[in-house]
Design a protein around this ligand. Structure first.
Ligand SMILES: C[S@@+](CC[C@H](N)C(=O)[O-])C[C@H]1O[C@@H](n2cnc3c(N)ncnc32)[C@H](O)[C@@H]1O
Length: 283
């Protein structure tokens, strides 16, 4: 394929989530920049993938699937359905409308014209990169929460990147991830530190779009919550690879210390601090 054809194909995709190098100096204009993806990839600490089977759950444009293929994985399956089913243009219109009217956005799949699982408008990026890279990555269009796991099979390495906090039932989701993992699952997620509560296993719940203005976010764990839930879900061992921030990442006023009437010291709690966590979970 010549450079001009590649460039036209890339331009014909209305929205790119990932910046993917396609050769001949062309990179897709992803919402996630090249730099961001390089940093994320470093934090993932992918094992040696030569000859391994990999399942990428929530693959979207497929950056991680194609990277695993490039690193010598024998078989890579890219599974998604949600981002592949919706069209971003009506979604942006809808979100702007909600903002202008001062109303909270509802579930995206109920927005007229946006949810088109029969046409998969959001899969055009994956398909385009797949074609240009002449990739052998196998796409599977399905909801991971309902797909028949016996038919899907088990994989040496499972990637579950940026998906956990979108789940209404994260425990059930991790149990399903454990079922399809033979050796290692890499779970990347939004995470929270609630200062003073580090020894409690917590998940913060979002009723609508409080987290990043995104109504598809539901639960965000702290370190103890995500590691403990991985073990309870069927992994033998789980370890956080990205330590939580020791101090709040943005300056905060130091909290005043209160003395109650009985003179029991009690400190006003600080605000929760968010970060991205990478967990390695072994079967
Ligand atoms: C924040 S994006 C992350 C994309 C990619 N893994 C990354 O890290 O850049 C979340 C992805 O999870 C997918 N997803 C959400 N729920 C899913 C489900 N039940 N089954 C399969 N994919 C799902 C979405 O469609 C979307 O592609």
């Amino acid at each position: 394929m010549n450079r001009e054809t590649i460039s036209e194909k890339v331009k014909s995709v209305r929205f790119w989530w990932h910046s993917i190098h396609l050769g001949q100096g062309i990179t897709t204009p992803g919402h996630k920049s090249v730099l961001q993806l390089e940093q994320e990839l470093g934090q993932m600490r992918l094992p040696d993938l030569k000859g391994k089977s990999v399942l990428d759950i929530g693959a979207w444009d497929g950056f991680y699937s194609f990277e695993c293929e490039r690193r010598g994985a024998a078989k890579v399956v890219a599974l998604d359905h949600y981002a592949w089913s919706f069209d971003t243009a009506p979604m942006v219109r809808y979100l702007n409308e909600c903002r202008d009217k001062g109303i909270l956005p509802g579930p995206y799949e109920q927005v007229p014209g946006m949810w088109r699982p029969d046409e998969l408008p959001g899969k055009r990026g994956f398909d385009t990169a797949h074609e240009i890279l002449q990739s052998r990555v196998e796409p599977v269009v399905h909801d991971f929460m309902t797909i028949d796991l016996d038919r899907l099979g088990a994989f040496d390495v499972v990637l579950y990147l940026g998906v956990l906090y979108h789940m209404q039932n994260p425990f059930e989701a991790l149990k399903r991830v454990a079922r399809v993992t033979k050796d290692l699952a890499i779970i990347e997620t939004e995470a929270v530190v609630v200062p003073g509560f580090e020894n409690h296993a917590l998940f913060e719940f979002y009723e609508t779009n409080e987290l990043n203005s995104d109504a598809s976010n539901w639960w965000v764990p702290n370190q103890k919550g995500v590691v403990g839930m991985c073990r309870a879900a069927g992994f033998r061992q789980a370890e956080l690879k990205t330590p939580p921030p020791a101090e709040p990442s943005h300056p905060q006023p130091s909290p005043p210390t209160l003395l109650s009437e009985r003179s029991t010291p009690c400190t006003l709690k600080r605000e929760p601090v968010h970060y991205r966590a990478v967990v390695h979970a072994w079967k």
